[in-house]
Design a protein around this ligand. Structure first.
Ligand code: 5AD
Ligand code: SF4
Length: 319
């Protein structure tokens, strides 16, 4: 019954509660639990190679129109130095799944850890327990792995050859290996109901993820879902607020996807509706344009992040 109530509450946040009220309440819960500080993560998209075929994603292996790249260790280190110099508190290394050899990634993790002494987050998809351990021992302390959707049938149809249960096992394995866990999902997926979104929120709450990134699905023209409709701005903000109520302890980013469907106000409004993390990109310009997960991807730079934090009336520790 208690769970049923919570599900109804979450549903109400997603569809009935006035947005204005969500903003006010989410800001209060945020300030009480996390304060006014906004964390700035330096994102480095070091390779757009991917072995998987998620039907929504422009990096899927069957997308042959994408030119693939992989940054060198030197390029990654230099981007990381740049990010830390500009005030990023964490380095996030992101790529498609199976993009590089595990040992190669461990070497650069270790180098960044040794030289820059900032927490390192990996967002490189599913791997073996052996590789998770290798990377953890090299110095990665956080792992971002979104469950994408909690609807088992939708999950299976979007991820040919994979099942939701397996995804959740990976999240639990990562936690058991000592990683801080970042979860997340997309909203506005074709065939996704509000009930299913409420289950997404309940799932990350039950997994007790330390971080949760939830952003709108945005169609990418070279994918099977290229002609579908994407998620909207209002629903994105509603989901952030609902997450803030359900996971008051968590760090919640205003996602790049939100900044892409609303370049002028996405980041600011995300912060105003309960988010406390921004993830500006430090991927070198030439490669960044090839990280085409979805169309019209916005590149959030440090200057924009700083401006959004200031306009949202919040604090940061950027130089
Ligand atoms: N729209 C929005 N987000 C997407 N992602 C992948 N494809 C899309 C898309 N079309 C997100 C997924 C994934 C991350 C790499 O990017 O949530 O976890
Ligand atoms: Fe690869 Fe991730 Fe895109 Fe799926 S969502 S195709 S795993 S980059």
């Amino acid at each position: 019954m208690a769970n049923l109530m919570q599900h109804t509450d979450i549903l109400n946040f997603l569809q009935n509660t006035p947005l204005e009220k969500l903003r006010e309440e989410a800001s209060k819960v945020l300030e009480k639990n996390k304060g006014r500080h906004v964390f700035v993560r330096g994102l480095i998209e070091f390779s757009n190679r991917c072995k998987r075929n998620c039907r929504y994603c422009g990096l899927r292996t069957q997308n042959k129109s994408l030119e693939r790249y992989c940054l060198s260790h030197e390029e990654i280190l230099s981007a990381a130095q740049n990010a830390v110099r500009e005030g990023a508190d964490t380095i996030v290394l992101q790529s498609g799944e199976g993009a590089v050899k595990a040992g190669w990634l461990a070497e650069i993790v270790s180098e960044i850890h040794r030289r820059l002494k900032v927490p390192i987050t990996l967002c490189v998809g599913e791997a073996s327990a052996k590789d998770y351990l290798l990377w953890r021992d090299a110095g990665a302390s956080r792992y971002l792995l979104k469950h994408e959707t909690s609807n088992p049938a939708l999950y299976a149809s979007l991820h040919p050859g994979y099942e939701l249960a397996g995804r959740i096992e990976h999240l639990k394995l990562l936690r058991s290996l000592g990683y801080e866990l970042g979860g997340g999902f997309m909203l506005g997926l074709p065939g996704q109901s509000l009930e299913s979104l409420a289950c997404d929120i309940a799932l990350v709450r039950d997994l007790h993820t330390d971080m949760c990134g939830a952003g709108p699905f945005i169609p990418q023209r070279n994918t099977p879902l290229g002609h579908e409709r994407g998620g909207g701005v209002e629903l994105s903000l509603r989901v952030i607020s609902a997450l803030r109520f359900a996971l008051p302890w968590a760090n919640l980013p205003a996602t790049t996807a939100l900044a892409s469907i609303d370049p002028a106000f996405g980041q600011i409004n995300g912060l105003k509706h309960g988010a406390n993390v921004l993830m500006p990109s430090f991927t070198p310009e030439a490669s960044s344009s090839a990280y085409q997960i979805y169309d019209k991807k916005n590149r959030v730079r440090m200057a924009e992040a700083r401006k959004a934090i200031e306009l949202a009336g919040r604090s940061h520790s950027l130089p």
